[in-house]
Structure formats: structure tokens, C-alpha cells
Ligand binder design. Structure first.
Ligand SMILES: *Cc1c(COP(=O)(O)O)cnc(C)c1O
Length: 495
């Protein structure tokens, strides 16, 4: 039976999975949600015997019902291959009374790789299925991390090009180096003289430019986006929750049906929403624990039922979670409002007009699976140091936010259920913050010196993603003003 997708903001037309992937956002500005969450048709015992790829197929086939078995398996094979530095793809490591689900073994050593390594293949397959003849041009503005993960995912994927704009003086030296050394004939990276908002605004204008659209179509191109609200990014993220549960079962850490908890370091609410979907598919997860940094909008929301973005934006050591509008939360709002698109649209209008909304008591009651808490900068650093000193395991800052919240949750509730701590980045990606947390003396060292120190300390080899950029040649050196973005795009496309 086919599963269709609807927008969270109006009861308009339903679309197939491949159409939802191609469109990204619904025409009314809403997010696509499946008409129902499918239930796993394999037993937990069967899943326990499966590899990551096999698990990916069992989960994704239920969401992407208009993909043939061959198409989907082909996408999975191309995504979860030797780009990952371990066969397991998402290892589960036992540390200090919890299981760390390491989602950082892909090309850019952070969790965005889990979805962005498969999205290009889902997108090109969706284009074929819908008789799109044009090549897909991915246009992205990035404040650092997503740009590199998207570049790595789309590099050399036939039928696609990717153009990434970043603020020339607004990303870290390592982030910039990662992007400007990107290989692949279909990749383009441009620094703009402006901030991230300028880049984002410029990209939005290009997306809406009808004249450009016509010129591109005549030349055989059309734009698409790879951002985190695409269902093609959400669905692949459900897989590792199923995989983690099955692994615990296989190893005899839990018995069939025993409930576990998951704690997820959260920004845009995509990763934890995937956990919610896994739960609704039949994975025995009791609590979904939402961990925030000092930008604790979500903690306040779960405490009070009020979502309020009117507050100071804090720059933290876990920058990928420095977010005041968690766009994927809209899907949970829609679902807990009883799939009432009008009601959800009203909340979203209030959010864009006044920066806040308050949900109803019924909706709050429908969210009791969730528990929210947050970690201060000091607590995050203390956790990195304490766990390192006790066990030798070194975690990154985002993961440390989750580990801190895990401790707070346990202290507050006494709940002793087995806990999966979702580990979203390699410590090598945030070396300076991690090393400073362990000892202030490291602050005097250079970036790559710190990398070697971390490797020795953690007894972990320096990941390829880091080694490569030490010596990699710069392949992209275009810099432009925000007014020149359109001209730059046209030049790249030869139109
Ligand atoms: C994106 C990101 C997060 C937040 O994930 P969401 O799906 O946006 O909640 C957490 N940690 C790292 C390292 C990330 O890159």
C-alpha cells in the first residue's frame, strides 16, 4: 500500500514520497508528514541479525513506498559504503553506564553525514521517477557544518551540481579549509563578503527568481535544496534508532521488548523527531530526552508549553545546536494537534509574527514521551573532563550536552532504564573546546598540534577527514559580494 505525504499547514494535495523529496518544502510553506507512521514488518529478533544496510532497507521501504526494492537498495549501497570508516556505520559503545551511539564515522565526522550521504541518491532517483530531465542544482547557504556534509554527499553524484555559499569571515578556519578543499567536478564553493544571513537571503532570492528559473530550464537545470526539513533527510535518521535497539538485543544487553531511553543533543529537532518516529514504528523507547545547550528554547517549551524565541542568542561550544527556531518541531506540533493543519498554521503564524506561541493542555498531554533539560557551558566542559578521567573516553561538546542531561535526568527521576546517548560529532571536529575542557594548558597550542594531542590522549587515530585537510590543496577561491551571487551561479552553470 502506498504511503502519501501531506503538508503540516493545509489540507491540500497529497504527494508521493519521491515528490516530497523533490519539493523539500510544501508549496504553502509547511513540512511534509507521512499520512501515518508505518509499523515495522520484521520482528526485533529478525532485525537483530541485520547489518546497517539491511536495517536501512527495512525501515526506509516503509516510508518511501514508491521506490522499487532495486532503487532503494541501490541508494543505500551507494551511501553507506567506504565513506564510513567502520563497517558498522553507527557503532554503539558502552561507556560509564550508558551506550554511546556514534553517528560520526562518515565523511565529515558528524551526524549530518548519516542523512546527507544518501539524500543525493534519493533525490536523483526521485527525479528519474517523476520524469524530471533536468540536472539538479543544490543551492545552500551554510554557517559551517551542513555545507561540508552536503558537498561531501553530492560530490561526483551524476545528474547533480552543488553550490555552497558561506560567510567569508564567519566560519572557523578548519571549517573553511574543509570546504575550499572539496573535490568533485560538480562542486562549487563561494565565500561571500557578508554574514550568514546575507548568504541565506541571497540563496532564498535565487530560489524565487523566475527569470533565472527559465534560463536554467532552457539549459537543462533546476534548483533543489538539501536542508534539514526534507523528508529525505528525516527518514534515513530513523534507521539508526532501530539499529541501536537491535544491536542491544543481539548483544544480550536487553531482552526482547525491554524499554530503553534515548537522549539526543538537539538543535533543529530533526534527530530527536526521527527517534519519535522509530518509537511509533514499534521500537520500545520509553523516554525521548531532548538535550539543549544554553539556547534552551526547547527545555522551556517542554516545561511550560510556551515556545518563545524572543531571547538572546548565545554562542556556545556546541555551535550546531545554537538555534532559536527548531524547524522540525513543527511536525510534532502538527501531529500532537491531531494532524490539524489549520491549528498548526496558526501556531506557526504566531511564531513568525510575535516570536511565540502556546500549545494547548491536550497537546502537552500528548508529549509526555518527551523530557527536556539543558546543559550550561561549564557543565558541558565538566562532563567531558569527568568522563575522560573516569574512563578514557573523549566525547565532543554536543555529545557532552546530552551526557550532562542524561545525568540530570537520572538524578531527577531515578529512572534506571538503559540509555542510548546519541553522539553527534567526533571530538576531532571540536578539538579546541574539547581539549580546553580537559586542561586549560592546551589553549596555547595550534589547531593541528591539538589534533595530535587529542589522538594521543584518547588513543584514537586521527580521522581521515582531518588528515586530508592538513595538506589538501585549495580548489575553490571564489569570493563575491551578495549582489553578485546570481552572476556567479550563472557563470558556474555556463548560462
Ligand atoms: C545538526 C547537529 C545537531 C542537532 O541536530 P538536530 O537534528 O538539528 O536537532 C547536534 N549535533 C551536531 C554535531 C550537529 O551537527
Amino acid at each position: 500500500m502506498d504511503l502519501f505525504y501531506r503538508s503540516t499547514r493545509s489540507n491540500g494535495e497529497k504527494v508521493t514520497a519521491s515528490q516530497a523529496i523533490l519539493q523539500g518544502l510544501a508549496q504553502d510553506g509547511g513540512l511534509f508528514v507521512p499520512e501515518s507512521v508505518p509499523v515495522l514488518d520484521k520482528s526485533l529478533e529478525e532485525l537483530a541479525q541485520m547489518s546497517y544496510r539491511e536495517t536501512a532497507y527495512e525501515v526506509m521501504k516503509l516510508f518511501l513506498t514508491d521506490f522499487t526494492e532495486e532503487e532503494l537498495k541501490d541508494c543505500i549501497r551507494k551511501a553507506y559504503d567506504s565513506k564510513f570508516d567502520t563497517e558498522e556505520i553507527a557503532p554503539l559503545v558502552s561507556v560509564d553506564g550508558a551506550y554511546y551511539l556514534e553517528l560520526f564515522h562518515g565523511a565529515t565526522i558528524a551526524f549530518k553525514d548519516m542523512a546527507l550521504s544518501i539524500l543525493p541518491h534519493l533525490l536523483t532517483t526521485s527525479a528519474k521517477k517523476n520524469n524530471v530531465r533536468n540536472d539538479i542544482v543544490i543551492l545552500t547557504a551554510t554557517s559551517g557544518d551542513t555545507g561540508k556534509a552536503a558537498l561531501a554527499g553530492f560530490a561526483d553524484v551524476k545528474g547533480t551540481k552543488i553550490i555552497v555559499f558561506y560567510p567569508k569571515n564567519g566560519v572557523s578556519p578548519i571549517q573553511e579549509k574543509q570546504m575550499v578543499t572539496q573535490k568533485g567536478d560538480n562542486t562549487f564553493v563561494v565565500g561571500i563578503t557578508g554574514n550568514f544571513d546575507d548568504a541565506q537571503t541571497g540563496v532564498k532570492q535565487l530560489f524565487g527568481d523566475k527569470e533565472l528559473e527559465k534560463e536554467m530550464d532552457a539549459a537543462g537545470y533546476q534548483f533543489s535544496s538539501a536542508n534539514s526539513i526534507n523528508i529525505g533527510r528525516l527518514v534515513p535518521q530513523v534507521v539508526y534508532y532501530v539499529y541501536a535497539y537491535a544491536k542491544l538485543l543481539k548483544r544480550g544487553e536487553i531482552t526482547q521488548g525491554q524499554k530503553i531511553n534515548a537522549v539526543v543533543p538537539t538543535g533543529n529537532f530533526g534527530n530527536i523527531l526521527a527517534a519519535y518516529f522509530a518509537k511509533n514504528m514499534g521500537i520500545p523507547i520509553a523516554k525521548l530526552i531532548c538535550a539543549s545547550n544554553e539556547n534552551k528554547v526547547l527545555y522551556d517549551f517542554f516545561e511550560t508549553g510556551v515556545y518563545d524565541r524572543n531571547r538572546e542568542f548565545v554562542l556556545t561550544s556546541s555551535p550546531s545546536m545554537d538555534i532559536l527556531i527548531s524547524s522540525n518541531l513543527e511536525r510534532l506540533i502538527y501531529l500532537t494537534a491531531g494532524r490539524d493543519a489549520d491549528k498548526n498554521a496558526a501556531f506557526m503564524k504566531a511564531l513568525s509574527d510575535a516570536g511565540r506561541y502556546e500549545i494547548t493542555a491536550d497537546m502537552r498531554a500528548a508529549m509526555t514521551d518527551f523530557y527536556g533539560n539543558y546543559a550550561s557551558e561549564q557543565e558541558t566542559a565538566d562532563t567531558i573532563k569527568a568522563v575522560y578521567e573516569k574512563t578514557g573516553y573523549v566525547m565532543d561538546t554536543h555529545t557532552a550536552v546530552a551526557a550532562t542531561v542524561f545525568n540530570k535526568y537520572k538524578a531527577a527521576t531515578g529512572d534506571n532504564a538503559k540509555m542510548v546517548v546519541v553522539s553527534t560529532a567526533s571530538p576531532f571536529k571540536f578539538t579546541r573546546s574539547v581539549m580546553n575542557a580537559i586542561d586549560a594548558k592546551y589553549d596555547a597550542m595550534g589547531d593541528f598540534e591539538l589534533v595530535d594531542e587529542l589522538s594521543a590522549l584518547a588513543k584514537v587515530a586521527v580521522p581521515n577527514a582531518i588528515n586530508e585537510i592538513r595538506t589538501a590543496p585549495v580548489l575553490h577561491d571564489t569570493v563575491c559580494d551578495k549582489e553578485e551571487m546570481k552572476a556567479v551561479v550563472k557563470k558556474f552553470l555556463g548560462i
